[in-house]
Design a binder for this molecule. Sequence first.
Ligand SMILES: [Zn+2]
Ligand SMILES: [Zn+2]
Length: 191
Amino acid sequence: MIKGFANTYIVEDEGEYMVIDPGNPPPENVEKVSVLVLTHGHFDHYMHAEDWVRLSGKGVLLHPADLPMMEEAPEWVMRYFGIPVPPPPEVEGYLKEGDTVKVGSLTFTVWEIPGHSPGSIALVGEGVVFTGDLIFEMGGVGRTDLPGGDEDALFRSIRRVLSLPESTLVYPGHGNPFTVAEAKRWFPVQS
Ligand SMILES: [Zn+2]
Ligand SMILES: [Zn+2]
């Protein structure tokens, strides 16, 4: 895990590497990448995608609903935040509900978890879930005031993720990981 503006996760198994949210530059010890996934299309999660695309020779996988937002990002991020953003990375393919991403012997299933953005996804693995900007440590939630945000959808998505087994480790897009059991104390939602 690389902490920066947003978290970048590197999942390794059998010599294959999956990189989730290439918002930070690659560390020197990572020389090859098998698959690059975006949990959603916000710029802080793909700021350094080009460096990783160079390592993998492949573009990113993401949900198609976030593609228009990503293409407009250089313009709207400048308007909202006054920050220059690189053009969106090359797209290798699309991920939708029920698709799987494999790394070595590990399989991650895609869940659509809209709310923070229309194309937000979770990657659900054995005892772990990567949730992008859905929920954060101590009960923070992803903002829904950006283009395509939907608060009702966000809370439906939170309830869905918290239906995973309580021991599941949740890896958020910002801040530290936590368990579903901890999150259930922070979010009094019926699951
Ligand atoms: Zn975001
Ligand atoms: Zn973020």
